[in-house]
Every structure is written in structure tokens, then in C-alpha cells.
Ligand binder design. Structure first.
Ligand code: HEC
Length: 702
């Protein structure tokens, strides 16, 4: 057993309930305080080149379009992780051998993408339970057996609809990111649908023993609550979203939980939610024991750009005039880092007010003013201009320039439009759910970022005046995500072309009625309407609704406008419409507010083979920084690489190719004196192949 020297920084005393080897394990998804930092240093900048693969666990649970975003937990040398079908597995951390598994779906065939970014856990004495979000439930599993803990909720699980209100009981609510455990509370945010009807994103705490709800914070306030007047009067009964889907960060000493929230649903047209919409698009600081609001900071008013706060924030220390300030750093999709005083919520970056233009979409009222930081500089370009359009080939440039001339382009907060508004960075950032890593020794924050422009185009949802048929209902309710031509934007929004060959009538009907993931349910349209939509999708036959069913549908008043799809702006060959970098890795000193380094991140193997290297690419999944001075990250979609960078210079020290893209945050841990780096290789992003393996690396044993 080698002697382990630990660099524990000021304030970073790891406290983990019920034992566990707190330095050797990886006991919190996203790391202690959201820092993505491991105090292990056996692997360092000098020896990282000698890393070798020591084990690989192939779940073989992948299917077309599946992903695996899980940051594994490691407790006493045992790895706990989820697979693409959300089977929970316990693996020996030294060998990768399966200890137990739990499949909530009992082997049933899964075709829809399921998402899980990791698990939370609680323990006392020698008992430990894992909390994992699967479908609309949170299961409590015994770490010993992998079996549901009978005394928790309903035979080991709780339904996430509890406490939301009857209006929302059939709508999508899922816990795709893990909660945090504070004393005997599991504090949890949720994913809800992005179009109406959607459940509200209230943040809740559940008793770790019984599963009972102990508190609820209304992110869409009820009458009499702070923020209620930033919505229409009865909005709280019908509106949804404002949810904290990306995960929470806990300061267990102060008893504060930090929750980043997303936009209100429907994301892109807010005529039925006029007002600033508190607590959507906020960083919230809540009393972890009671759920009471301590402070909040609103980043975007009346969001119609899908500017969710995309990652759990990072608790950091800043140094100013000899003083240390505890602060919270929040990355964003639009490419800026915000920093707040942890106790007061006061911004610790300078920022400016911006006059925001009005919308020309009828019914929409944009906020007159928005804010943006002025430091540190953004980690992604902010506006598409002709000089940054792609020059990959003359033909690509010409095609993209012709589109550019027809689109609406402008700075952040340029409103959505019928002609199509360029959103840059796009709906997936800038920053995304992978989050940032922070170095307590130097105060540097590491952020991986996308630089993809997207096109947001508003279209009417009207049913027209003629007969209501499967296709008119489809156009009104479905085309915004699955596109008017049924092609979708796979894998995020699946294609429905020939859906009948993949799913049977019952499966399609159930999906339409109840929704799933980011898709709302449409049960309220009535059985007849659902039936003609299914007919249309399965057979192409366009059956009209009869009188009574017709009335039912027309009496519902859906929003007047939708969108024509989630469109990444690509050139005719499928590469980004803007010039590289298409993805970057950034090191930002939070004290000086200056960049330490910035590198293109990722490649397209096909372009690299033609000599077009270092373009950067889209990337999903976070990094881990170690006390050995190494930044580990997979994330890049197309080259499937797992990379190790020198934290000081950004130099690439080592890389290896994974079985599928490592679109997940790694875990760093130690068993029997040996340090391991582990990453899930789940791929499946934007047409990349899916995988289902966990791969562990370590130095060769002497
Ligand atoms: C807000 C976006 C959105 C809207 C609106 C929407 N869907 Fe979906 N749909 C999705 C997403 C996202 C998925 C993938 C589900 C998942 O991730 O669990 C999906 C999945 C599906 C599937 C399953 C596809 C498969 O390959 O497994 C069907 C069928 C479907 N949708 C039909 C519809 C129909 C019909 C409508 C309109 C009545 C509709 N959707 C409206 C986003 C949407």
C-alpha cells in the first residue's frame, strides 16, 4: 500500500455520512461542492502517459439512440452506476466485476432514450441506500443487495408527482439528475416537459427513511408567495417548467442547497406567461432544512430562448485584499460564468444592463431589459457575423451565407421570429450539464463548451378551419419537436418516420397519452384525437374526427405558436454553419477573471483525416481535476476520445479511444492504494453510435 499524500484545501474537509473512505472514494456526483475535484495524486502530469485500461464493464444495454450520462458513485471501492436502460449496477472498483444489478424495467424492451446522470445516497450504521430516478419514480436501493428498500415510499419507491397538485398528475416528471442528501433529507429537482402541458418544477425534499415529502419550494409561486406577481394570475394552475433538471449543489456546513432552474414551458413563446417568471432561469439558494428561500438571482427574464441554467453550480473561494470569500460559480448556456457571494447572492462579477428588443410575434411581450456579465470574458462566441461563417469549402460558405441573409441575427436576447432567429451559442450551450471543474489550489475554473448555432423559427399551431384530422393534430401538437416532415432532430427528438415498424399501436398510443422525457403527454386531446394521430403515423391515413371529438379538441386552447423543430444550423454536408472552433476547453482564473488558457476541444475524424484537425466539436459531459494536476475529460462526440490535459497549460498529455463517446463525467477513486479513473462510454449524441460500457484506467502495477 503506497502512502497517499493528500492536498486538502482550506474549507475542503470532506464530510460524508456513515463512513466510507472519504478521500479515496468518489462519494458525490459532480464531486464535493460541485467542484469536480479529486484530492488523489498518484496519477500526475509526468506519469499519466503510462495509463492503461485495467477493466471494462460492458452492460450491453445500449440501443439505437441510447445514451449514458452517469457520473458513477464510488463507495468503499464499489462503483454504482446506471446503464442505457437504467439498470443499476454495482461493480468491484478494482476489477469491474458485477456484484449485483437492479432492473426496474424487468428486462422489458426499451426503445426510448432514458436519462440518468448519477445517484445520491444516504447511510447510517452499516446501512446505505442509493436513490435513483427511473421513469416517474425515485427508487431507494440497498447498496448491499441492490433490492428496493421496502420501507421507503411504496415498496421502495416514491412517485415524483407527489405535492405538485392534481392538475399535473398525468404529466412527465422525472429525476434525471441526482438529488443531494442533507441530514435525513433527499433534496431533488426534476425534468418536466418543455411544451405544454408541463408539470411545474417545484423543488422538494423527501425523508430518506420513509420517502415522505418534507418540504416543497414552488418555483412557480402560489398566490401570496414571493414572485407570484411575475406570472399571470392563475398561471400556477396551468403552467409548468421552471425546473431544476441539471442537479443541485449542497453546502452542508451552512445548510444551503443551490438550485439552478430552467425556463418556463413552453420554452419559445410566452404569451400565456407574460411577466418576468420567477423562479425560472434563476440560481436559487434554499435553506436545506426547510426549503425556505435565502436568496435568488434571476439571469434571464421571461425566457423565450431556452436559456436554462444547465449545470449544478460550483462552490468556490475567491481571494480579495487578503480576504477569502465563499462564492458560487454558475456556468450558462450563453457562454458566461456568473459568480455570486454564497451568503448574500450578490454578484461578484461586474455586469451590465442591456436594452432588449421587443418581439414581433403577436401576443409575445419580451422583457425590456436583460443583464450580462462583463467579466470574465465569455467562453463561447456571442454572435454570428458573416466573417465567422464556415469556410470549410467554398460551397459550404455560399450555402450558409445565403441562409444567413434570410435569418434574424443579433446579440443575446434577439427575439424568436417567423423568419428564424439564430441562437448562438445554441440550446445546448455554451456550457451544458457536464458542469465545471474547479481547482482549490489555484482558483481556476475549467469549462468545456459547445459552439453550435441553432435556428429558432416560430410557426403557427393553428388547426385551420377545415376538418380536424390526424395530420392537422400532428401539425398543431407534434411538429414543433418531431418536425413537419416527421424527421425529428434525432436522437434528442426522435424521427417518427415508419414509427409503426419500431413500435406497436399500444406503445405509440401510450407515448402520446403520457409523454416521456422532454415530451409532454397529450391525453387531454381525448381518445379519438389520439387514435387519428396514431392512424396518421402508422398508416398515413388522414381520418377526420367526428363531431363530439371535434368539439373536445377545439375547446382546448393551445398556444397560438410553436416552433418548426430543434434545428442545429448545419452546412449542406452536416458540419456546423460557423467556422471552428466548434467546441472548446477553457481555463478561467476566477480571481483575476482572466483566461489561463483556451483550446479547441474535439475533432471530426473524417475531417481530421483530410487535414482539418483541431476544429473542436460538440461535447457533452464534464471534466474532473485531480491533485495530480491532471484534467480528465471524455465528452467529445465524434472522436470518442478520453483525454488528459495539463491543468496549467492545457497541453494534451494523454488520450485514448473509448468504445463509444464518453458523454459523461468521469470518477476518480482509489482501491488498495491504486488510483483509478473511470468513465462511462455511452455515445448516442447527434447520430454518434451508442455504447454501454464503463472503462477504468490506472497506472501499470510495479
Ligand atoms: C416538446 C417536444 C415534443 C412534442 C411537442 C412531442 N414530442 Fe414526441 N417525443 C419527444 C421526445 C423528446 C421524445 C423522446 C422521448 C424520451 O426521451 O423519453 C419523443 C418520443 C416520441 C415517440 C416515441 C418515438 C420512439 O422512437 O420511441 C412518439 C411515438 C412520439 N414522440 C409521438 C409524438 C406525437 C404524436 C406528438 C404530438 C401529439 C409528440 N410526440 C409531441 C418530444 C416531443
Amino acid at each position: 500500500m503506497k502512502l497517499q499524500i493528500l492536498f486538502l484545501c482550506a474549507g475542503a474537509v470532506l464530510t460524508v455520512a456513515a463512513g466510507g473512505n472519504r478521500n479515496a472514494d468518489w462519494p458525490i456526483v459532480g464531486g464535493y461542492h460541485g467542484t469536480h475535484y479529486s484530492p488523489l495524486n498518484q496519477i500526475n502530469c509526468n506519469n499519466v502517459k503510462q495509463l492503461e485500461r485495467v477493466w471494462q464493464f460492458d452492460s450491453n444495454d445500449q440501443f439505437e439512440g441510447s445514451e449514458m450520462q452517469c457520473n458513477p458513485l464510488v463507495l468503499d471501492g464499489v462503483v454504482y452506476a446506471t446503464t442505457p436502460r437504467l439498470r443499476v449496477v454495482a461493480l468491484d472498483g478494482a476489477t469491474g466485476k458485477l456484484i449485483w444489478d437492479f432492473d426496474a424495467h424487468r428486462g422489458e424492451k426499451i426503445t426510448q432514450k432514458l436519462r440518468n446522470r448519477g445517484m445520491a445516497w444516504w447511510g447510517a450504521g452499516d446501512e446505505r441506500r442509493l436513490f435513483v430516478g427511473i421513469d416517474q419514480y425515485i427508487y431507494a436501493l440497498s447498496t448491499k443487495t441492490g433490492k428496493p428498500v421496502e420501507s421507503f415510499g411504496d415498496h421502495g419507491r416514491i412517485d415524483l408527482h407527489v405535492g405538485l397538485g392534481d392538475e399535473f398528475k398525468d404529466l412527465t416528471v422525472q429525476a434525471t439528475s441526482p438529488g443531494v442528501v442533507y441530514k435525513d433529507l433527499l433534496i431533488q429537482g426534476t425534468l418536466v416537459a418543455e411544451d405544454l402541458p408541463a408539470a411545474p418544477g417545484h423543488i422538494r425534499a423527501f425523508d430518506v427513511h420513509t420517502g415522505q415529502m418534507r418540504w416543497i419550494f414552488h418555483t412557480i409561486p402560489l398566490p401570496g408567495e414571493y414572485g407570484y406577481n411575475t406570472w399571470p394570475k392563475d398561471g400556477y394552475k396551468k403552467l409548468g417548467g421552471a425546473n431544476s433538471w441539471a442537479g443541485l449543489t449542497l453546502d452542508e456546513k451552512r445548510g444551503i442547497v443551490f438550485a439552478p432552474t430552467g425556463s418556463a414551458s413552453f420554452d419559445f413563446y410566452g404569451a400565456n406567461r407574460l411577466g418576468d417568471n420567477l423562479f425560472a432561469n434563476c440560481l436559487l439558494a434554499l435553506d436545506a432544512a426547510t426549503g425556505k428561500r435565502i436568496w435568488h438571482f434571476k439571469l434571464v427574464k421571461h425566457d423565450i430562448w431556452d436559456r436554462d441554467l444547465p449545470a449544478a453550480p460550483t462552490l468556490v473561494q475567491l481571494h480579495k485584499n487578503g480576504k477569502t470569500i465563499d462564492a458560487v460559480a454558475q456556468i450558462t448556456k450563453y457562454g458566461w460564468v456568473w459568480i455570486f457571494d454564497e451568503k448574500t447572492g450578490k454578484p461578484l462579477v461586474h455586469y451590465r444592463k442591456i436594452k432588449a428588443p421587443p418581439s414581433d410575434v403577436d401576443g409575445e411581450v419580451t422583457a425590456k431589459e436583460q443583464i450580462l456579465p462583463t467579466e470574465p470574458p465569455p467562453y463561447a462566441r456571442q454572435e454570428v457575423t458573416p466573417d465567422i461563417l464556415t469556410n470549410r469549402t467554398p460551397a459550404a460558405h455560399a450555402a450558409v451565407l445565403a441562409q444567413y441573409q434570410k435569418l434574424r441575427v443579433g446579440p443575446q436576447f434577439t427575439p424568436p421570429s417567423f423568419q428564424g432567429t439564430v441562437i448562438f451559442p445554441g440550446f445546448d450551450g455554451g456550457g451544458e450539464w457536464g458542469g465545471a471543474a474547479w481547482d482549490p489550489e489555484t482558483g481556476v475554473l475549467y469549462v468545456n463548451s459547445n459552439e453550435m448555432a441553432w435556428i429558432l423559427r416560430i410557426i403557427p399551431r393553428s388547426l385551420g378551419t377545415g376538418a380536424i384530422t390526424g395530420s392537422t393534430l400532428y401539425r398543431q401538437n407534434c411538429s414543433g419537436c418531431h418536425r413537419p416532415d416527421l424527421q425529428g432532430s434525432p436522437p434528442e427528438f426522435p424521427s417518427l418516420v415508419n414509427i409503426g415498424s419500431r413500435l406497436n399501436r399500444d406503445q405509440i398510443t401510450a407515448m402520446i397519452q403520457h409523454g416521456g422525457g422532454r415530451m409532454p403527454g397529450f391525453g387531454r386531446l381525448g381518445d379519438g384525437a389520439v387514435r387519428v394521430i396514431v392512424d396518421f403515423l402508422m398508416t398515413g391515413k388522414d381520418v377526420p374526427l367526428d363531431g363530439a371529438e371535434h368539439m373536445k379538441v377545439t375547446n382546448l386552447s393551445p398556444l397560438k405558436y410553436g416552433i418548426d423543430g430543434y434545428n442545429r444550423w448545419l452546412d449542406p454536408d452536416g458540419y456546423p454553419a460557423v467556422a471552428p472552433p466548434w467546441g472548446t476547453l477553457n481555463a478561467i482564473d476566477l480571481n483575476t477573471k482572466k483566461f489561463v488558457w483556451k483550446e479547441p476541444f474535439g475533432e471530426y475524424p473524417k475531417l481530421a483525416a483530410q487535414g482539418m484537425t483541431k476544429t473542436g466539436s460538440e461535447n457533452y459531459g464534464g471534466s474532473i481535476l485531480t491533485a495530480g494536476g491532471v484534467l480528465f475529460i471524455g465528452a467529445t462526440n465524434y472522436d470518442r476520445k478520453f483525454h488528459a490535459f495539463d491543468k496549467k497549460t492545457g497541453d494534451l498529455l494523454w488520450e485514448t479511444t473509448l468504445p463509444a463517446a464518453g458523454n459523461a463525467t468521469p470518477a476518480v477513486y482509489e482501491v488498495n492504494g491504486r488510483e483509478y479513473v473511470l468513465i462511462g462510454a455511452g455515445g448516442g449524441k447527434w447520430g454518434a453510435p451508442s455504447g454501454g460500457s464503463y472503462v477504468a484506467f490506472a497506472l501499470r502495477e510495479k
